[in-house]
Design a protein around this ligand. Structure first.
Ligand code: NI
Length: 196
């Protein structure tokens, strides 16, 4: 079944708040989704909207504080009708992954610069398998098997890590990880003080 365009057009999508380190919820292991239904599709629409707004190329549900195994990725080159508002994306090709599982990884390893919407403005090189195969259910709940290469391979491995409570900074040296954690802990404390 294809998505009725009119429904998508008129549905009001919501941009959800993204949680950041040191929020302990990012360390939770997310639960499998039992059924792909309209409610889940509405959530996936919101995730895409939130990700585009951020802007990012991948988002796991736990990043909007929902511990379920859902990921949205769009690594396609985006061009915007309106550069100011960054919308609407002209060449958006989102992929929705429900219960994604990495079924195979290549022996070849590649280093790629990674960032994370839950660790804003921080980028580091991370080594991962350069290709992988992922099994998942799509937007309609149909099982899929996808060979991922390039940026998509990096991105899906990063997002599946989120579902298991793993962050890309876990692959860095302890020194680098401690430094970024301290920076965000300090910022969080200052925010709390500011609110009081
Ligand atoms: Ni991330």
């Amino acid at each position: 079944m294809t998505r009725p365009a009119a429904v998508i057009y008129f549905r009001l999508m919501t941009i959800r708040p993204i949680i950041c380190i040191p929020d302990p919820r990012l360390r939770q292991v997310s639960k499998p989704v039992e059924k792909v239904d309209d409610e889940l599709r509405a959530l996936m629409d919101d995730m895409l909207e939130t990700m585009i707004d951020a802007p990012g190329i991948g988002l796991a549900a736990i990043q909007i504080a929902l511990p379920i195994r859902v990921v949205v990725i769009d690594c396609s080159e985006r061009e915007y009708e309106n550069e100011e508002t960054k919308s609407p994306p002209r060449q958006s090709k989102p992929i929705y992954f429900v219960n994604p599982e990495i079924a195979w990884v290549s022996e070849e390893i590649k280093s790629h610069e990674e960032g994370c919407l839950s660790i804003p403005d921080y980028f580091e090189m991370v080594e991962r398998p350069s290709a992988c195969r992922v099994r998942y259910d799509d937007y309609e709940g149909k099982p899929q098997d996808l060979l991922c290469e390039g940026i998509l391979a990096t991105c899906i491995q990063h997002e599946v890590d989120h579902l298991n409570g793993i962050l890309f900074i876990d692959y860095l040296s302890r020194l680098k990880r401690d430094r970024v954690m301290r920076k965000f802990q300090k910022a969080a404390k200052e925010r709390i003080r500011g609110d009081a």
